[in-house]
Design a protein around this ligand. Structure first.
Ligand SMILES: NC(=O)c1ccc[n+]([C@@H]2O[C@H](COP(=O)([O-])OP(=O)(O)OC[C@H]3O[C@@H](n4cnc5c(N)ncnc54)[C@H](OP(=O)(O)O)[C@@H]3O)[C@@H](O)[C@H]2O)c1
Length: 275
């Protein structure tokens, strides 16, 4: 990418994005600026490790960057938007990862500045995020393509209308935790069957990784992949039947719906018309 990137926020998400952008070669280190609020030690460590430029002067960061990523907690967004508003221009692309902060609020502070909202997930820490992005009023196809490039550096990217961001939050935002719960349950079952914790965990984590790679790399429908490994009267079929009898599908659907509903509640929105 031939643009300079400024990252405002150097926490979990800021660091994951920094690592992804540099490790993938999307942005060279000398065109990457980083800032946080007050954690000097962390900022210095990241600057040392990645040889990026750092500053606490938002005006400087804004003038040096074309793409500005806002990776601060939602509660810190009003303050940050106020700080950058005097320096935001139509030449910028503002990219926000703050959960639950609508584009309209960003645009109200910054005016006619191209903005893209994104919802990555915690697997960004290992470069395997599932990220949804959505363009704001003033963002064109070129801006969306740039945002896509930024998030491709930390995983897979889809474009989704902003009205579906609560659903994305319930599905892929909270999704890693659902898979961890499945992993916990599988490890427990392995222990009950006599395996050691180490062995059970190794088998379960590799099983989830392998199944995830099959889904992502073959692009096959999950039902097709499942039926391919489920022969009639076999062991897998017996296990699947037990899951179905236990209400597995309904529980997963309910989890996604409840998490999406909670996302709406947290941003003070009315209940979903269909929910
Ligand atoms: N973590 C994830 O996997 C994930 C997934 C999806 C979405 N998100 C979103 O990503 C955002 C960041 O989450 P996080 O987990 O990275 O939080 P975090 O680890 O707490 O990091 C927040 C960062 O924001 C900085 N900050 C706060 N106020 C600032 C200001 N006025 N100017 C400059 N920097 C400021 C903090 O600096 P100091 O440390 O100096 O205070 C810190 O570096 C959140 O809005 C969250 O909703 C995160």
């Amino acid at each position: 990418m031939d643009r300079s990137v400024g990252l405002i926020g150097a926490g979990n998400m800021g660091e994951a994005m920094l690592r992804g952008l540099l490790a993938s070669g999307t942005v060279p280190a000398d065109r990457c600026w980083l800032t946080n609020k007050s954690n000097d030690e962390r900022l210095a460590r990241l600057a040392r490790e990645w040889r990026v430029r750092t500053t606490r002067d938002k005006a400087r960061l804004m003038s040096a960057s074309q793409v500005v990523v806002l990776a601060v907690k939602p509660a810190d967004m009003p303050g940050v938007l106020e700080e950058i508003a005097p320096h935001a221009e139509p030449r910028h692309l503002i990219v926000s990862v703050a959960a639950g902060v609508p584009l309209e609020r960003i645009e109200r502070h910054l005016g006619r500045v191209p903005a893209v909202r994104a919802m990555p997930n915690t697997s960004s820490a290992v470069g395997a995020s599932a990220t949804a992005i959505c363009p704001g009023r003033w963002a064109g196809n070129g801006h969306l393509a740039t945002a896509r490039e930024v998030f491709a550096a930390i995983g897979r990217v889809v474009v989704v209308p902003e009205a579906l961001f609560d659903a994305v939050t319930g599905l892929s935002g909270s999704g890693p935790a659902y898979v961890y719960l499945l992993a916990e349950a599988m490890v427990d079952a392995g222990l009950r069957a006599g395996l050691s914790r180490d062995v059970a965990l190794a088998l379960v984590s590799q099983t989830i990784l392998g199944a995830g790679r099959m889904l992502a790399e073959t692009d096959e429908d999950p039902a097709v992949l499942r039926s391919r490994v489920t022969s009639p009267g076999g062991t897998t079929m017996a296990g699947i039947r037990a899951l179905e009898e236990g209400g597995f599908r309904a529980a997963v659907r309910h989890a996604v719906e409840r998490a999406a509903e909670r996302s709406r509640e947290l941003r003070g929105a009315p209940a979903h018309p269909t929910g």
